[in-house]
Design a binder for this molecule. Structure first.
Ligand code: ZN
Ligand code: ZN
Length: 758
């Protein structure tokens, strides 16, 4: 829909004020001024300008105002040069002020135009009927209603309230700022509303979705030009009023390309692709927008082949069309096709690269996203922008690739890229999810413009690392900084309480949330509460809580209870929770596995077999435990007992050494964590090859002593690995971070940040 804006029929607002060249200090033109009329570019203008300086003509106000007008308003003009001229003029007259204000508008510096206007008000010169339309146009562009109202007050003060031209500018300003009532009052009082005012009013209503009012006024228009037809059709098409668009289109005396495009857009987005195509085929003239609309209609409806075919027929394929096709293939998971097309592109801009990087991230092909980013650095002149960096940071976060993430951070600093709140939030998220909480905190504290997203990222990061108290403290800091918490803040905070076992604090904040902050709890918040109660062992309370909810309980809630039943060996509730889960989500093998593990921990082997049989019947397979470890930008996946790796010899001998040193340190393997019917020795061997231990062994042999090791586990870390890694962090003097399915464990000096609460 973003491209909708590009078809907006450009209202040629106040096209040419009555007499723009009107110069109140008119002096007969010196002959040399005719030289100015011949200037074709800035170079020539500069030459004439310097001649005038030498000859002293420059002191003539008329001459200098002509130079300024050329420099500020002509096609080849230059705003910077105009400023230099302007600030050398002593006592500029109103013509000169107006020229500068218009120049700023024309050169896309609306804010500067407003500043100029303010300076004008402070000067001895008064604004006139030619000043206000430019200033009001800026207010419309910026949708700056407050400023617009002030200008309105000055219009009245300086006595231009009845000037038709100024009135029309005011009407346009108010309707662009969605102040339809004010616009209507002025419109009704207006002596001679011109076609632009009529059109502004009609569009103003249509933009607010008040199609009936828009239509009524449209019918009353004394004369309808194609701009007003186009504008109304455009607004109706944007709102998806297919029938209305059809009927307007039928009635239109002379159909323009804009109206055809609006028709096409409306049918493509709110009607059928077939109808859109038949319109497209009937169009006698098409512009890029027509092609883009039709291609994206195909792409959005998953008809990539047709979209691709049409793309091939496009007379001159522009970069937007390429992007539509690329992102279409990416959305459908066809990354290879997208990539091939990408390399066929004659020219790639930053959006092309971003489309690809984001596409890879979207398809969970994070490594390819990183590779492409590296390629962008090496082969392309194109510099990454904030969007590129955001996509890449999210790839790093998903991969747990702290090194790359850090590299991106350094890149941002090195290139003086402004760390806005969004980028800051992404960095915090990356650091905290890659286990580097200290770094996350550093980014947070260094940031000067913290928005709510950043506070939320920090609170939830602290929570995942088990720093519940700090998360609660951060909420107080947030309140002191006058940032109001929102629903997401509380998801982070409640889950922080849950991860740290702060049951009372959790309950207290849960009630504060609605009572003090007026936030109604949603499914996510209830989920956190179930998690909080379950983890802390209040299993029956958790069950009652779930069953008393005003909303349908989520799979996650029963899942949290089931997991807790395994930790607390509660068979009765475990069976109950598993039953609910199997009804809600019969395809998830994890629930069966957990239930079977509960039976195994109670040595009820017959039940274990029963559950496994049930799984087999349903064709469900256990998700194998898998750990990931990233070194030098490459990430390695290791499964339980994995021997596929090319360094397996070294890894397995390291594993053996780890086993020995663990024994020496007094670690006893805990066979209750093996839910298979094996003898104790067999269970010990089984435990020794858990994927997180393999990943750790690999980490120890492939990094320098003292380096922090970060491991990602797809399931929950098991109790035996947890206690073994605690010892190993001390034995090898390493900080070891394990991110599992639900939280972070930061092992250091023989203990874990989770304080055994997980
Ligand atoms: Zn384990
Ligand atoms: Zn832990």
């Amino acid at each position: 829909m973003a491209i909708a804006a590009t078809i907006c029929p450009t209202l040629t607002i106040h096209s040419t004020p009555k007499n723009l060249s009107k110069n109140s200090d008119h002096v007969p033109a010196p002959k040399s001024v005719s030289l100015l009329e011949m200037c074709k570019d800035m170079k020539e203008l500069c030459q004439v300008h310097s001649q005038f300086i030498k000859s002293g003509h420059i002191n003539d106000k008329f001459t200098v105002s002509r130079i300024l007008a050329l420099s500020a308003l002509s096609d080849f003009g230059n705003l910077h040069y105009s400023r230099l001229i302007f600030y050398h003029i002593s006592k500029p007259n109103s013509f000169i002020w107006n020229t500068m204000i218009r120049g700023c508008v024309q050169h896309g510096s609306p804010e500067e135009a407003i500043l100029m206007y303010i300076q004008l008000l402070q000067s001895p010169i008064s604004p006139n009927e030619l000043t206000f339309p430019s200033v009001l146009k800026v207010c419309s562009q910026l949708q700056a209603l407050e400023e617009g109202k002030q200008v309105h007050a000055q219009v009245t003060k300086f006595g231009f309230g009845s000037d038709g031209f100024v009135q029309n500018s005011l009407i346009h300003m108010y309707s662009m700022c969605h102040e339809n009532c004010e616009a209507r009052t002025l419109f009704d009082k207006s002596v001679r509303p011109d076609i632009v005012s009529w059109t502004s009013m009609v569009c103003g209503y249509a933009k607010l979705g008040m199609i009936d009012s828009a239509f009524e006024l449209f019918e009353q228009m004394p004369e309808k030009n194609s701009v007003s037809w186009d504008a109304l059709i455009f607004e109706c098409s944007r709102l998806g009023r297919v029938e209305m668009v059809d009927s307007l289109f039928q009635r239109m005396p002379r159909r323009t390309l804009n109206s055809w495009n609006s028709m096409l857009f409306c049918h493509a987005n709110f009607g059928s692709v077939l109808m859109a195509r038949s319109l497209f085929d009937k169009m006698l003239e098409r512009n890029e927008f027509s092609w883009h609309t039709m291609i994206s209609a195909y792409v959005d409806n998953g008809l990539l082949e047709q979209g691709h075919q049409l793309f091939g027929q496009m007379p001159c394929r522009d970069v937007v069309a390429w992007h539509l096709i690329l992102s279409g293939y990416m959305k459908q998971g066809e990354a290879e096709i997208a990539q091939n097309l990408f390399y066929e592109m004659p020219e790639r801009n930053v959006i092309s690269w971003n489309t690809m990087v984001a596409g890879f991230v979207r398809n969970s092909r994070f490594e390819e996203a990183l590779l492409l980013f590296q390629e962008m650095q090496k082969v392309s002149e194109v510099k990454p922008n904030n969007w590129t960096l955001l996509s890449i940071l999210s790839a790093c976060t998903s991969l747990g690739a702290l090194d790359q993430g850090q590299w991106i951070h350094a890149y941002i600093e090195r290139n003086h890229i402004r760390k806005d709140a969004i980028l800051g939030t992404a960095l915090i998220d990356m650091y905290s999810k890659c286990g580097a909480m200290g770094k996350a905190q550093q980014v947070f504290h260094e940031s000067t413009d913290k928005d709510i997203g950043m506070w939320n990222a920090m609170i939830s990061g602290l929570g995942h690392h088990g720093h519940g108290r700090e998360a609660i403290e951060l909420l107080s800091e947030m309140l002191e900084s006058n940032v109001k918490p929102n629903a997401i803040t509380f998801v982070g905070l409640l889950s922080a309480c849950s991860h740290a076992g702060l049951v009372d604090e959790g309950l207290r904040h849960f009630s504060l949330m609605s009572e003090v902050y007026n936030i109604n709890p949603g499914l996510e918040h209830y989920g956190c509460m179930v998690d909080l109660l379950s983890r802390a062992g209040f299993l029956f309370e958790a069950k009652d809580f779930i069953e008393s909810l005003p909303l349908k309980p989520s799979i996650k809630m029963w899942g949290a209870l089931l997991t807790a039943c395994m930790s607390y060996s509660n068979l009765e509730l475990g069976e109950y929770a598993a039953k609910q889960l199997m009804e809600l989500d019969p395809e998830d093998s994890g629930n069966y596995v957990t239930l079977s593990n509960i039976y195994a921990s109670k040595e009820q082997w017959a039940k274990v077999v029963e559950v496994r049989e049930e799984m087999k019947k349903k064709g469900l397979k256990k998700t194998p435990g898998c750990s990931m470890f990233t070194v030098n930008g490459f990430s390695y996946k290791l499964l339980v007992g994995d021997r596929s790796h090319d360094q397996r010899e070294k890894v397995y001998s390291m594993l053996e050494e780890m086993g020995k040193r663990l024994k020496e340190a007094g670690h006893v393997a805990d066979p209750t964590h093996v839910h298979l019917r094996l003898n104790t020795r067999e269970k010990e061997i089984e435990l020794a090859y858990h994927s997180e231990k393999l990943a750790l062994a690999f980490g120890l042999i492939s990094t320098k002593p003292g380096t922090r090791i970060c491991i990602f586990k797809n399931l929950r870390i098991c109790g035996d690995c947890h206690s073994a890694i605690k010892h190993l962090s001390k034995i090898y003097n390493r900080e070891i971070v394990v991110r599992d399915q639900s939280r972070f464990h930061c092992f250091k000096d023989g203990s874990c940040s989770c304080m055994e609460f997980w």
